[in-house]
Design a protein around this ligand. Structure first.
Ligand code: ADP
Ligand code: ADP
Length: 227
């Protein structure tokens, strides 16, 4: 599904944010990406979503070499990736429905097809009853779930999340993780960047650990196993 081969990313000025990173995420696998602030987590996600390009090395999604993707093809690659952010980036003066429908509108969906898909996505995150609400009427956890519904509405095979529980308390964080698990269980590949170690310990998934841009560990979480 996703493959990094010896990927290095230097930003202008020469700062090396990622240093020869290699890993492989199988189709249908769910993993965490962790490491200190500044370790390179966001940079790694940005290379997958084509917001940044590697300085050297290669990234593949479903066998497609991203270095061969032209600017014009970027939107097509991004269609296969659902992205979830810490500050969910919702349009605050538009309804939950409109927020979730946005990626479909961009793809040219309308009418019944669009409504059916939006409702299916909201149903999966448990928010069907909030479809007419404005985001400010929802709690932080609910707003985050709207962000997830928007990310999955065009059924991407890969979900990327950048600190999705950063603003949530532990119970709500667990709820959000359950939503990711539910998508994973129907075959979606999921990569979640998080530095919330207590959450990672409770989840026990494969965890990729970055330190100063190097991948220093790739395995099951080992801290706080009895928590
Ligand atoms: P993390 O998500 O793990 O906190 P980042 O990938 O955001 O780490 O950042 C890794 C390093 O790269 C940091 O030292 C950061 O300051 C630097 N960095 C990130 N983006 C840029 C940029 N656009 N230009 C220069 N340096 C950057
Ligand atoms: P329908 O519109 O026919 O009711 P759904 O939207 O409910 O279909 O989804 C059909 C199937 O696709 C479900 O089993 C769903 O869980 C699965 N599915 C696979 N990948 C995704 C994804 N990324 N987002 C949402 N559903 C997905």
């Amino acid at each position: 599904m996703l493959r990094f081969e010896q990927v290095t990313k230097s930003y202008s000025g020469g700062f090396v944010a990622l240093d020869r990173v290699s890993f492989h995420l199988e189709k249908g696998e769910m993993a965490f990406l962790t490491g200190h602030s500044g370790a390179g987590k966001s940079t790694l996600l940005k290379l997958i979503s084509l917001i940044e390009r590697p300085t050297t090395g290669k990234v593949f999604i479903n066998g497609v070499d991203l270095s061969r993707v032209s600017k014009g093809q970027v939107p097509y690659v991004r269609r296969d990736i659902g992205m979830i952010f810490q500050n969910h980036k919702l349009l605050m003066n538009h309804s939950v429905f409109d927020n979730v429908a946005l990626p479909l509108v961009i793809e040219g969906f309308s009418g019944k097809d669009m409504t059916k898909r939006v409702h299916a996505a909201l149903d999966k995150v448990g928010l069907l009853d909030k479809v007419r609400c404005l985001p400010h009427m929802l709690s932080g956890g609910e707003q985050q779930r709207v962000g997830i519904a928007r990310a999955v509405v065009n059924r991407p095979p890969l979900l990327l999340a950048d600190e999705p529980t950063g603003n949530l308390d532990p119970d709500l964080s667990k709820d959000i993780m359950n939503v990711f698990e539910a998508f994973n269980q129907v075959g979606v590949s999921v990569l979640i960047a998080s530095h919330d170690l207590s959450l990672l310990a409770r989840m026990r998934y494969r965890t990729l650990t970055l330190k100063n841009g190097r991948m220093i560990n790739d395995g099951l979480t080992s801290y706080g196993a009895d928590e």
